[in-house]
Design a protein around this ligand. Structure first.
Ligand code: G6P
Ligand code: MG
Length: 210
């Protein structure tokens, strides 16, 4: 049924979604913006500046572009510090077996993360070599839920979108996969990832039978 599987990174392969949350929370609170897990759910899969705009929408004042860039840098410094000690021990259960199962089935494997830290995270996890193609987030114009990033991965892998399975933990990410015309495997809560074709709690339950 599939010729390629395209994975998201943060919250699927490793628990960096937690670190993005902590870094945004710290930044938001310096601006007097209340921040909790429920609000964070809307930020999952959303690129850096898009996330900042969503946070600052609840701030008491408006910000210049220069101020926004400085705040985005500050959040990234918090994030880079939080991920600095990552290692293969931070791979989520089932992540490597899922990648190896795709490889054993003869499928192409792609990574579609809008994170500009994705290459560094893959290196720290020791899994860069497991992917046939990793999208460079710096070259993507429209973040999730736009389908651009998943379509870019499919075209670089040489696989038609309808022969691709996308794997995502974020509402925006599942929307991106579906808008690309692919099958979506959600990782998380089925009550949240309502647009996914199937939802599993984690990659330890991964199978190609979607
Ligand atoms: C992923 C995460 C988001 C994060 C985005 C940008 O999509 O799910 O939470 O904001 O990447 O990450 P970056 O490392 O470029 O700030
Ligand atoms: Mg994610």
């Amino acid at each position: 049924k599939f010729d390629a599987v395209i994975f998201d990174l943060d919250g699927v392969i490793t628990d960096t979604a937690r670190y993005h949350y902590l870094a945004w929370k710290r930044l938001a609170e310096t601006q007097g913006v209340p921040f909790d897990e429920a609000f964070n759910e809307h930020l999952k899969g959303i690129d850096r500046m898009g996330s900042l705009d969503l946070i600052l929408a609840s701030a008491a004042r408006s910000y210049t572009q220069e101020e926004k860039l400085a705040l985005a840098d500050e959040k990234n410094r918090h994030y880079v510090q939080l991920i600095s000690t990552m290692s293969p021990a931070d791979l989520l259960p089932g992540a490597v077996p899922a990648l190896d199962a795709c490889r054993a089935a003869g499928l192409k494997i792609g990574l579609a993360s809008v994170s500009k830290n994705a290459f560094a995270v893959l290196e720290m996890l020791g899994i860069t070599g497991k992917f046939d193609y990793v999208v460079d987030a710096a070259k993507i114009a429209k973040g999730k839920p736009d389908p651009e990033i998943f379509l870019k991965a499919a075209s670089e892998l040489g696989v038609a979108p309808e022969r691709c399975l996308g794997v995502e933990d974020a509402v925006a990410g599942v929307a991106s996969i579906k808008a690309a015309g692919m099958t979506a495997l959600g990782v998380g809560d089925p009550a949240v990832l309502t647009q996914a074709d199937r939802v599993i709690p984690g990659l330890d339950r991964f199978s190609l039978a979607v």
